[in-house]
Write a protein that binds this ligand. Structure first.
Ligand SMILES: C[S@@+](CC[C@H](N)C(=O)[O-])C[C@H]1O[C@@H](n2cnc3c(N)ncnc32)[C@H](O)[C@@H]1O
Length: 242
């Protein structure tokens, strides 16, 4: 997979892309990252990329020209159109399913917003999907882009070994995970559950399945409702599932 990231702050990415799974994924040849400085496509001697909003109001807005020029140049260099993502608190929420969908792409182009926002003709004209990482506002799209990239790359085939398989992660089966314990068996008066120490694989599996259901019901009942709706849609053959 090739991931292009268009940003005003390419320097923010090196520490994140250069460590842990993202570094290993590049070493394994599963992903390559290309960072592009939006400023290079700016206008005039000052390389301006923003202007005041029509209608007035505070802050500045990213202009269409620099972003369109950058996207065209990046995709020309990459040899074709990518799935285009624009970071936005007003976008579709990043979920496991969306990350899985993006992981299936050969090419991604992530455009990081900044300032007070961007000209609405950017997502419209570029056909870029606006993606949010949560209901809060960041200063710029760079941290959001890193979150998207991390969530996507770990789901890309061949990135995680069997040991770390993303299949066991929360949300992969539409549920939260079970609680984990490691040595010592007792710490500060708190004991690890007896079932996990029993060495009985069937008992361990049963305990984990029960804890998965309990934890999901307690913390994220919406996930159980979603599974129930999917099951009903499957049984009745209806297409109006979740
Ligand atoms: C200061 S924010 C602009 C917020 C804008 N005034 C609004 O309320 O929608 C600047 C940029 O950071 C990025 N950003 C901020 N919060 C985000 C979030 N929760 N998810 C994804 N991107 C976000 C977007 O690219 C946004 O254009």
């Amino acid at each position: 997979m090739r991931v292009d990231i268009l940003t005003l702050f390419p320097g923010m990415f090196a520490p994140v892309l250069g460590e842990s799974i993202l570094r290993i994924a590049q070493e394994k040849g599963r992903v390559e990252f290309h960072l592009h400085d939006l400023r290079a496509y700016g206008e005039g001697t000052r390389r301006n990329v923003d202007d005041r909003p029509y209608g007035g109001g505070p802050g500045m807005v990213l202009m269409c020209g620099p972003v369109f020029r950058a996207v065209e140049a990046i995709e020309r260099e990459a040899g074709g159109r990518a799935r285009r993502v624009l970071t936005s608190p007003q976008g579709r929420l990043l979920t496991h399913d969306l990350a899985l969908g993006l992981a299936g792409e050969g090419r991604l182009l992530i455009i990081c917003g900044h300032y007070e926002g961007y000209d609405e003709r950017i997502p419209l004209g570029l056909g870029a999907e606006e993606v949010s990482i949560g209901d809060y506002v960041l200063t710029g799209g760079e941290l959001a882009a890193m979150v998207i990239v991390d969530a996507v790359v770990r789901l890309t085939p061949g990135v995680l070994g069997d040991e770390e398989s993303s299949q066991r992660d929360c949300f992969a089966q539409g549920l939260l995970g079970y609680p984990q314990y490691t040595r010592p068996a007792e710490f500060a008066g708190m004991k690890a559950p007896e079932a996990l120490l029993s060495g009985d694989h069937a008992r361990v599996a049963e305990w984990r399945a029960a804890e998965t259901r309990l934890r999901t019901a307690q913390r994220r009942p919406d996930l159980l409702m979603r599974r129930a709706r999917i099951a009903v849609a499957d049984l009745t053959g209806r297409k109006d599932g979740p």
